[in-house]
Design a protein around this ligand. Structure first.
Ligand code: NAD
Ligand code: ZN
Length: 370
């Protein structure tokens, strides 16, 4: 196999979000968007997926909610599984409900990903697991609007929606141009209630995506520029005295959007495969897992790890340490296997011979150092 079969990034025909509002209070523009979609489609209802943790904490009420609309609360106790997405699809299509004029996701990365997946499944037959992979979605989804309430994953900008299939152990999204939102409302006022640790962990996802992209072998001048801007914004936010000040929440929302836009031009690197292994084997949430992994990868990303530790210290954030010192050989084996299955990012980070660099012993040492 030649390398371009696996990582063909020669010329990217990039797909971005069609339109977005940005600014404090932008959520008030939602009713006009919804009315316009109902008018254009001739359909009467819309479906809202709303992150319950956010709605409770922020006492959030959907502006312009109509009694014919369907509101489905999203539990973020666990990150999205194919099983949960299938269950939500049944709720959105059950009891003679007609197809909605729009699907609207309001919440963190988990809720945004769920909205994207349901939008695709409403116009494509089958179940969520049928579309885990690259370019398997055949028809454009139902018009989708994303409203992030937590900044960092870039899920608002990307062409994927990550889901774990518990029966196969596969953590993979519907990578498709059809997974990109048609419209975003980027309102930094909505992130005011995010707890400190969560704000940092998720914000760091943007930083880490861009560190990995810029250190990788597959590059693109536009992607690199998005990544550099994202890193600069993250430094300004996380090395400041009040990372959650109004101005910093605004900056982090921009960083998240740009970081998500950057990912489409490149791949992540070594940190995400190790982090995905923690999520699959132990159920660790994605962004916390990334932060834990930063404790074990300094030989590959020395400067970024130093910077990360300075930010953790400055913000006095809790990142658990020493969790994997006493694991059994079986557990290390599972972590190793779950890491090594991420061929594309590992080639991006270490080249085609990544299997020789990343021996089982080295992977074990890295987990022990976290
Ligand atoms: P999340 O959506 O899982 O939410 C984390 C917690 O924050 C939840 O308890 C939620 O209720 C709470 N929360 C969200 N907004 C809040 C607010 N304003 N106030 C108070 N609490 C709030 O977390 P996340 O880190 O944003 O998303 C993680 C998910 O994103 C993972 O499933 C990961 O795989 C996925 N992801 C997707 C992409 C993509 O491109 N699609 C990229 C990276 C990660
Ligand atoms: Zn990530």
């Amino acid at each position: 196999m030649i390398i371009s079969d696996v990582l063909d990034q020669g010329l990217v025909n990039a797909k971005n979000v069609n339109r977005f509002f940005f600014g404090s209070g932008a959520i008030q523009r939602l009713p006009e968007l919804v009315l316009e979609r109902k008018r254009v489609s001739g359909l009467e209802t819309v479906v809202y997926f709303v992150d319950s943790g956010f709605a409770d904490k922020a006492a959030f009420e959907i502006p312009g909610l109509d009694s014919v609309d369907l509101v489905i609360p999203i539990s973020t106790e666990f990150e999205p599984t194919t099983e949960y997405v299938n269950h939500l699809l049944a709720l959105a299509t059950g009891d003679g409900l007609t197809k909605p004029a729009a699907v609207i996701g309001i919440g963190g990365g988990s809720t945004l990903d769920i909205a994207k997946a349901i939008s695709n499944l409403l116009n494509n037959p089958g179940r969520a697991e049928d579309y885990q992979g690259w370019d398997l979605v055949r028809n454009p989804g139902v018009y989708k609007i994303g409203v992030p309430t937590l900044s960092g994953t870039g899920a608002e900008a990307t062409r994927t929606c990550v889901m774990t299939n518990k029966s196969s152990g596969l953590k993979l999204g519907m990578n498709s141009d059809y997974s990109v939102f048609d419209q975003l409302i980027l309102d930094p006022a909505l992130t005011a209630t995010v707890p400190r640790n969560q704000y940092f962990w998720t914000g760091m996802d943007a930083f880490i995506h861009c560190v990995e992209s810029l250190a990788g072998g597959y590059r693109n001048p536009i992607g690199d520029t998005f990544s550099s801007c994202t890193l600069e914004l993250c430094r300004e936010v996380f090395l400041s005295d009040d990372m959650q000040a109004d101005r910093n929440r605004e900056k982090l929302m921009v960083a998240s959007y740009l970081g998500g836009s950057a990912v489409g031009f490149s791949y992540v690197g070594l940190i995400h495969p190790l982090s995905a292994a923690l999520s699959v084997v132990f159920g660790t949430p994605h962004c916390l897992a990334n932060c834990i992994v930063m404790g074990g990868v300094s030989r590959f990303y020395p400067e970024a790890c130093d910077e990360f530790q300075r930010m953790v210290a400055k913000q006095e954030i809790e990142v658990p340490q020493g969790l994997f010192v006493d694991l059994s050989e079986d557990q290390f084996d599972n972590l190793y296997k779950a890491t090594m299955m991420h061929e594309k990012p590992l080639i991006n980070a270490l080249g085609r011979s990544y299997g020789q660099t990343l021996t089982k012993d080295l992977v074990k040492q890295m987990f022990k150092a976290m």
